[in-house]
Design a protein around this ligand. Structure first.
Ligand code: NDP
Length: 371
């Protein structure tokens, strides 16, 4: 079976690609340039362990801006028949100089144009589209619900298009959060209006940590090649900041309560949501647990303290998770999450924060970031 995976250079997409290959799918990834597409192919060639014995085929198609009308037409028509599509491509930054053109339109119009193009060209074979939405399309800060699950959406009073276009009048990341809310709503509306022969599932993952993509561009400068420049995805940035000493003076406060999930669990969620018949037509709130910056710092510092000693790979996470996860840094009666559907329908078993942070740190160090 063949899968179209959009945003192939992305952090989450890179792990979805690995999992698709392990499961024996052929994959067409979209990338914004030929150079990026080639980098993805090279990263796979250099990691033969991700390809299963069936020998899956990976190709790429260039889609440089998903906001352009018909952006996906060529990628789709030249790769038929397609059995599935996973749509991860979307701008993810905490602020945008041009919120409408840099974030909202690519997120919303990109989703609609992908679905329209699939409807028009890929329908006879396609069975499902999985859309990477976000917990941003579930949570309702600052007026939190007691317990969040898939039935929740942010109220219009707390997150609307006007705020998203003019983030000066709204909390910091309102543009990004609104882009996810409106893109997911547009996707469900498309399904209702057009009733295609295939169905839709969404993965509403929360803040995602985990190892960096192998295809990331690493630029080395300096005489000894010691200056390393890597564009790390937004959600891993706080682990980079901690590891590189930006929190040495003070650990920045986290929102009172925040949740995380490991990227490898998010990848499994996408692939199972794609293939399990009972996942069709459903949203999945994919969340592994709570975190705070203090808890991350505890894990990272535990890891740094162990530097020089012989690290027993197997026991590392266990060794670190003791004290640092005991911090009681959340307010009493904070909101909680219900991830039952993701466990029951997708069979997810979530990794712990310590495992996720430790593996992220290892991957950052392998790229030359942090000591
Ligand atoms: P990345 O920034 O690593 O990946 C985003 C991908 O989208 C990249 O491949 C990027 O291409 C592509 N992209 C962005 N804008 C455009 C555009 N205008 N035209 C074409 N391609 C575009 O982010 P993540 O992997 O973290 O995010 C992937 C998805 O997961 C997004 O939809 C995000 O909203 C969602 N998500 C992420 C969470 C997280 O914590 N990381 C949590 C919940 C949801 P390029 O690299 O070339 O710029």
């Amino acid at each position: 079976s063949k899968v179209l995976l959009t945003g192939g250079t992305g952090f989450i997409a890179s792990h979805i690609l690995d999992h698709l290959l392990k499961c024996g799918f052929d994959v067409v990834v979209t990338a914004r340039s030929q150079a990026k597409g080639e980098r993805i192919l090279a990263s796979i060639a250099n990691a033969p362990n991700v390809i299963n014995s069936i020998g899956c085929k990976v190709t790429y198609a260039v889609v440089d801006n998903i906001a352009q009308p018909g952006a996906f037409d060529e990628a789709i028509t030249t790769n038929l028949p397609l059995d599935y599509c996973i749509h991860t491509a979307s701008p993810y930054q905490l602020s945008f100089s041009d919120p409408l053109n840099d974030c909202l339109l690519p997120a919303v119009n990109g989703t609609i144009s992908l679905l329209s193009s699939l409807h028009q060209h890929a329908s006879p074979f396609l069975s499902r589209v999985v859309f990477t939405s976000s917990s941003a399309a579930i949570l309702n800060p600052p007026h939190h619900r007691d317990v969040y699950d898939e039935s929740s959406w942010p109220d219009d009073e707390v997150l609307n298009w006007d705020m998203a276009k003019d983030p000066a009048s709204a909390p910091g990341d309102a543009t990004y959060r609104a882009s996810k809310k409106f893109a997911e709503q547009a996707a469900w509306k498309f399904m209702e209006e057009h009733r295609p022969s295939w169905d839709l599932a969404t993965i509403n993952n929360t803040y995602t940590f985990g190892p960096l993509p192998r295809s990331l561009e690493v630029v080395r400068g300096g005489t000894g090649g010691e200056d390393v420049q890597v564009k790390v995805n937004t959600s891993n940035e706080r682990i980079v900041d901690c590891l590189t000493g930006k929190w040495a003076e003070e650990i920045p406060p986290t929102a009172p309560v925040f949740t995380f999930v490991d990227v490898r669990d998010v990848a499994v969620a996408h692939v199972r949501a794609m293939t399990r018949p009972e996942a069709g037509g459903k949203r999945f709130y994919v969340v592994g647990g709570y975190f705070s910056n203090a808890r991350i710092a505890g894990i990272v510092h535990g890891l740094l303290d162990k530097k020089g000693e012989k690290e027993e790979e197997k026991d590392l996470a266990e060794m670190l998770c003791g004290d640092c996860l005991m911090y009681n840094d959340f307010p009493d009666n904070h909101w909680s999450f219900d991830n039952t559907r993701s466990k029951e329908v997708l069979g997810l078993e979530y990794r712990e924060l310590s495992q996720s942070v430790v593996d992220t740190v290892r991957s950052l160090r392998a790229m030359g970031i942090g000591k």
